[in-house]
Design a protein around this ligand. Structure first.
Ligand code: SF4
Length: 220
């Protein structure tokens, strides 16, 4: 990995754990930023492991607040795939922990990242949840193999079921048996639908999805 352009953001006196699983690096920030040592650590890991293709970023209460800063910081590393992993856990009394993200925040985060990607980086950056949704729009099958019978009724009747499929089982910790992030996923899949349809149609016509970026630029 060469040519890292990630710039250290301000207010960066924070912790960042870095772990590698071969092709991806997992970043666990306690802020949208990282400190000088952590930043240098990430850069060194990327230089030492040139086969790294994915940055997996744990999204928690501290770093969900400023998606634009986080997006631009991560994009600067030049790694082709970003994967955002929401942190969701319950405390001893069954409430979401203070570090956990909430559904509405998660929806707003997914939309903010999507807006940046669709306006700037359609062709140059892969974002796992966007790729997965677009694949379903393009009829390439659902990545979900779970049994619908295991889902609560609201999920089985949900208009975005084919994209969300009840979310991952470890997030189904709300009192009603749904994902704690349900409202956020509904928000994102509903918001992104017109863009996804436009991308699907461009791809069907063997046209470049970058055309959507130009259309959006003209409409602003
Ligand atoms: S958005 Fe909510 S209701 Fe719909 S499938 Fe996902 S978790 Fe279930």
């Amino acid at each position: 990995m060469t040519g890292c352009q990630a710039e250290l953001p301000p207010h960066s006196d924070h912790r960042c754990a870095v772990a590698s699983d071969g092709t991806s690096i997992v970043l666990d920030f306690d802020s949208y930023g990282v400190n000088q040592r952590s930043h240098a650590h990430i850069v060194a890991r990327l230089q030492a492991e040139p086969h790294i293709t994915t940055l997996k970023i744990i999204i928690n209460q501290a770093n969900i607040q400023q998606p634009e800063h986080l997006y631009h910081y991560l994009r600067g590393f030049g790694v082709p795939v970003l994967q955002f992993v929401p942190f969701v856990a319950l405390d001893d009394v069954g409430a979401l922990t203070t570090e956990s993200v909430h559904a509405e925040q998660w929806g707003a985060f997914l939309i903010a990242v999507f807006d940046l990607w669709v306006q700037q980086d359609i062709e140059t950056l892969h974002i796992q949840y966007i790729d997965a949704a677009l694949a379903i729009w393009c009829g390439q099958g659902s990545p979900f193999s779970g049994d619908n019978a295991l889902l609560v009724e609201e999920c089985r009747e949900c208009p975005v079921l084919r994209f969300c499929h009840g979310d991952s089982p470890q997030h189904r910790i709300a009192n009603d048996g749904k994902s704690a992030l349900c409202a956020g996923y509904r928000q994102f899949f509903t918001y992104s639908a017109p863009y996804m349809k436009a991308l699907r149609d461009l791809l069907k016509q063997h046209r470049s999805p970058v055309e959507l970026m130009a259309i959006l630029a003209q409409s602003r």
